[in-house]
Write a protein that binds this ligand. Sequence first.
Ligand code: ZN
Length: 398
Amino acid sequence: MKIEIAKWKDDAVSPVIFMVDDIANIAIKQSASKELQIGEDWGHYGRDKNSMWDFLSKNLLDKFPKIKTTFFLVTDKRAPMALGEEYTYNKSIVEDKKFIEFLNYLHQHKNVELAYHGTTHGKAAVKHEEFLQEWETFSSLDEALKEIARGKELFKEAVGSYPTGGKYCGYEEGDFGPDSIAKSGFKWWAYHWDGIVWDKNVDDTKYNYDLEFNQGVVDIPTTVDAATLSLRNYKQLFTRKYLKSLYLYLVEQKTIERHIESLYQNRQVISIQEHSSPYRTDGVIQYPNIVSDIDNLNYIFTLLSKKDVWYATCNEVADYFINRSNIEISMEGDDSFRLLSKTLTEAEITITIKNSLKRYGLFDKNNKLISEFKAKNNILYLTKKFNINFLYYIKEIR
Ligand SMILES: [Zn+2]
């Protein structure tokens, strides 16, 4: 009998992560109307009608209750795009009680993870193009570490625990990026916009669609830009983003469907990228954003709902990867094995038995059934928190 460790939990083909950048204690009014309009909220309005969360829940998350969302939180008062510009409301995350309550609601939500996305997001200049992203503003490792520590404290003050991971602002790592992340105690980090391999044919191994370690930190790839519209999204016909997608198809035969299918066939990470709001202080529409892309998001998640995927947060994917990277299976007899690890004492992991039509169970040495394997096609799998070095038996169940 051959037991293997599955690449992903429950031996799913690919993990699916929904990543939303730039949730913040910010609102930016566009209309003269007193009432909040859809898109004007970055998070400040909590669960109010037409808030970011209200819109996203009603138009996507309630329809696809399996989706797991990782929100990237800007912790302090955010910089505008250029000097002199301002948001309608813009405060640190610990400034008002209602926002703190909202963050705690998200933090305790079983399908949501809050992650770190800097303090101010960067530094404004006279011109928008000269905006410096947060990690680009650091002139020493020490300065980077101090600012990250300050942001992590704000995060903890709001929700009671430190973030386990995060993402650079604008994907810009500056001179001290990876060192500052590794030394700040993060478990995982989204280091790059990896979809650039597909989008712009960039050939650089630092961009890829799988997990790897960077100085001990799990590098979570970002792979799908949700503003790449399906050409079936006729409602967006003749918009700039539709024409870009049409161009990709006509010139390079690329479609978002083919991109997702390729990630799936290769068992890679399908991580869908969004922003919390379309509006910025400079009047430019920020893409991708949950409002402009809502039909496309519904289309993408309908497509994924027909596939064998594992909906997970970044932290859950990182945990699984750390466990699988640190465990080996040692067969002790024909039907018995141990999991070995130099670093772990227990670990949740999925084990598989391939090409089996029989029913099997996991037993302890006293012949007590611990759990039965589940079947998928002709593969049996079992997900469980295993004790390392413990002798397990696998026996047929009749
Ligand atoms: Zn951002």
